[in-house]
Design a protein around this ligand. Structure first.
Ligand code: AP5
Length: 208
């Protein structure tokens, strides 16, 4: 099995987490996700305050905090799928000094659908499984299929914070997408359709 180094880019709600988990399972890759790592350490005191102060407002956590997470994760990984990083040009430059990438895949989804996906997302606080109240329902409403825990809404999935996350994305992360496009490294994939449809498209990129 090849040790692919894959970067998945896309706006909040494009399906980066959903597709990264599938890629990690399919190709036996490490799933490196700054979002999950920060949620696990939301109340950690840093010299910039806690990650929660930024995340719950939909703002970016300061670069030194996230760069440290990524460096530690890359050290342990041969092949990986990177999800949620880099989110601004400084992070992209930092990453280019740390590792090469085999594929940079951009998941493209219209903004209205992003808002629906995020405000309808429900997550399992115990095992991390993701659902959607309409598009990906658990067998029993509000209960995790995997471990039976009660599902919750992420603190930053309220409509107001979602709109702010999208604004922050446009301001900070769209230039990162342009940067990889200018380098000729970006492969654009439609993120619409079912998660299976999207995964087929990504697999096509990775294998062909
Ligand atoms: P993070 O956790 O990375 O959030 P995000 O980028 O906003 O992405 P999401 O997890 O919301 O969406 P996703 O694209 O993974 O979609 P998903 O697959 O879940 O970051 C959170 C916060 O942490 C940031 O706001 C920031 O504060 C901080 N942070 C993180 N990284 C940082 C960094 N590098 N620098 C600074 N700060 C950082 O899907 C969404 C929903 O849609 C789910 O309900 C799912 O079931 C559904 N869905 C998925 N695919 C489909 C489909 N094909 N059709 C229909 N529904 C679908």
């Amino acid at each position: 099995m090849a040790d692919y180094r894959i970067l998945l880019l896309g706006p909040p709600g494009a399906g980066k987490g959903t597709q990264s988990k599938r890629l990690a399972d399919e190709y036996d890759l490490d799933h490196i996700t700054t979002g999950d790592a920060l949620r696990e350490n939301k109340e950690m005191e840093t010299e910039y305050g806690t990650p929660a102060e930024y995340m719950d407002a939909g703002e970016l956590v300061p670069d030194p905090v996230v760069n440290e997470i990524v460096v530690a994760a890359l050290e342990d990984a041969d092949g990986f799928v990177l999800d949620g990083y880099p989110r601004n040009l400084d992070q992209a430059e930092f990453l280019s000094e740390e590792t090469d990438l085999d594929y940079v895949v951009f998941l493209d989804v219209p903004e209205d659908e992003l808002v629906d996906r995020l405000t309808g997302r429900r997550v399992c606080p115990e095992c991390g499984a993701n659902y959607h109240v309409e598009f990906d329902q658990p067998a029993e409403e509000g209960v995790c299929d995997e471990c039976g825990a009660d599902l919750v809404q992420r603190d930053d999935d309220t409509e107001e914070t979602v709109r702010e996350r999208l604004r922050v994305y446009r301001e900070n992360t769209e230039p990162v997408v342009e940067h990889y496009r200018d380098e000729g490294a970006l492969v654009e994939v439609s993120g619409e359709g079912t998660p299976d449809d999207v995964f087929d498209r990504i697999q096509d990129v990775v294998e062909n």
